[in-house]
Design a protein around this ligand. Structure first.
Ligand code: C2O
Ligand code: CU
Length: 483
């Protein structure tokens, strides 16, 4: 009996000490079952959260060419077949999967009952491909547009309309863009997870995008149904000790997601635009609308089915939190027969700090004010309508340090089109890691500093709160990067 104990505990000990050790999958003992039974995720582990991938019309390497049609279509959500606004009948829209350096061509057709555009959130597209009203006329019903750009960086990005956004995103128009770099560290089996919510009746019928009027805009419309890749509480399978790399996107209009991942070691390894410089603590990560995070998740407890939960991050600073809600089930089937895989190394990639020695400074105040007896939102004293004739002007090639100051009593999600930035500090605390972001939480009554370089692609861009209902109330401005 006692002689058997070391043999039984050996795989677990190997698993617990696996950090830094190479995978033993090629060297497993011959009597441990099928050759790789324990060295890979369970068969079909991600089938429960599978996303439809846009077929590539141009099979040549170096390019991705897809058709994309926005249309009303019946989809199955939570067991009910219901109409949603979709890209190609899928919820979320088809995932665009590309490799760094690929030229992307999207033949877009609008079959919606109203005009739309597509914005490629986080992708460094030319200004005239950005899909905002600053650079593109709305595509009318029946209209078409070819979007062309090159993906230059690895990461999880996304696409969504930039017109009547609360209604259009809230009705189902969003999809993921996964750009991979074969030279990047592998860091676990990748899974793209699109988090969204929707507001429906009990019969699953969507509520109107302007439901609750001003209150909906001001507080932000949080849906009553939480979706993960378009499904209610799906299951993702894992094998204990074999890490997965979750690429998470918050595609909700207003909901913040604080994630609780029980029974697993979790490190944050990526942000909005690819890998961080170094891994960070990952459980409890908060994703504001539009943000992405990549998590290294090592399920440690074999044989358990744990719910990954949404926690209330108290974005109104009320001091009281709503109850947790289940997002999806993480079913950890068994321990690996052949040992685990290494933990992320201390350095994930080199990110040079932007040189801010000669940088100009600028303050952007996210604020609210009364206008004709109602509360409106704005930037530097002006609503979007008041400010768009006089955009913020910066010079191509300049580096600037921005103070983004939130003078309201609740959190906002600050998004800049066209350029990724390096957060420097928030609420007086240095940013914990060097990373590239395009969307960031600015807490109530606090300031965030960021460094940004307008290195390329002059033109008109947008900056706004990504609580998309706040755009309706005016929290958006135009930025002119002058050649
Ligand atoms: Cu994802 Cu202007 O936004
Ligand atoms: Cu906001």
């Amino acid at each position: 009996m006692s002689a058997a104990r070391p043999l039984l505990t050996l795989p677990l000990a190997a698993l617990l000490s696996c950090a830094g050790a190479p995978s033993t999958s090629d060297a497993g003992p011959p009597d441990s079952g099928p050759p790789d039974s324990g060295s890979s995720q369970p068969p079909g582990f991600a089938d429960g959260v599978a996303l439809f991938e846009a077929p590539d019309l141009d099979p040549a390497p170096g390019s991705l060419e897809v058709n994309l049609t926005a249309k009303v279509a019946a989809v199955k959500v939570n067991g009910l077949t219901v109409n949603r606004w979709t890209y190609d009948g899928h919820l979320p829209g088809p995932t665009l999967r590309a490799t760094v350096g690929d030229r992307v061509l999207v033949h877009f057709k609008n079959e919606l009952p109203e005009a739309t555009t597509i914005h490629w959130h986080g992708v460094k597209v030319p200004a005239d491909m950005d899909g905002s009203e600053a650079t593109q006329a709305p595509i009318p019903p029946g209209g078409t547009f070819d979007y062309r750009f090159t993906v230059t960086e690895a990461g999880l990005f996304w696409y969504h309309p930039h017109l009547d956004s609360s209604t259009q995103i809230g009705s189902g128009l969003y999809g993921a863009i996964e750009v991979v770099d074969p030279a990047e560290l592998a860091l676990g089996d990748p899974v793209v997870l699109v988090l969204s919510d929707e507001s429906t009746t009990d019969a699953g019928v969507l509520l109107p995008g302007d439901e609750s009027g001003w209150f909906g805009d001001y507080f932000g419309r949080e849906g009553n149904t939480l979706l993960v890749n378009g499904r209610v509480r799906p299951t993702l399978k894992a094998r204990a000790g074999l890490p997965q790399r979750w690429k998470l996107l918050n595609a909700s209009r207003a909901r913040f997601y604080q994630l609780k991942i029980p029974g697993a070691q979790v490190q944050r390894i990526g942000g909005d635009v690819g890998l961080l410089a170094a891994p960070q603590p990952g459980n409890g990560v908060i994703l504001t609308p539009g943000e992405r995070a990549e998590l290294w998740v090592n399920p440690a407890a074999p044989g358990t089915a744990a719910s990954v939960q949404w926690l209330d991050s108290d974005r109104f600073h009320l001091g009281a939190k709503l109850p947790a809600q289940d997002l999806f089930v993480l079913e950890t089937v068994d321990a690996p027969a052949l040992g685990g895989r290494p933990a992320p190394p201390a350095a994930l990639r080199t990110i040079a700090p932007l040189d801010v020695a000669d940088a100009g400074t600028r303050r952007l105040e996210l604020m609210e004010k009364a206008q004709n007896g109602i509360g409106v939102l704005g930037i530097n004293g002006l609503t979007y309508d008041e400010s768009k004739a006089t955009p913020i002007m910066v010079r191509l090639g300049d580096t600037e340090v921005w103070e983004v100051a939130n003078t309201t009593g609740y959190d906002h999600s600050f998004h800049l089109h066209g350029y990724a930035f390096q957060p420097l500090d928030v609420a007086g605390q240095p940013w914990p890691v060097r990373e590239w972001k395009d969307t960031v939480l600015v807490p109530a009554k606090q300031s965030l500093h960021l460094a940004v370089r307008f290195d390329d692609r002059p033109g008109m861009w947008m900056l706004h709160c990504h609580i998309i209902d706040h755009v309706t109330l005016g929290m958006m401005a135009m930025l002119h990067v002058m050649p």
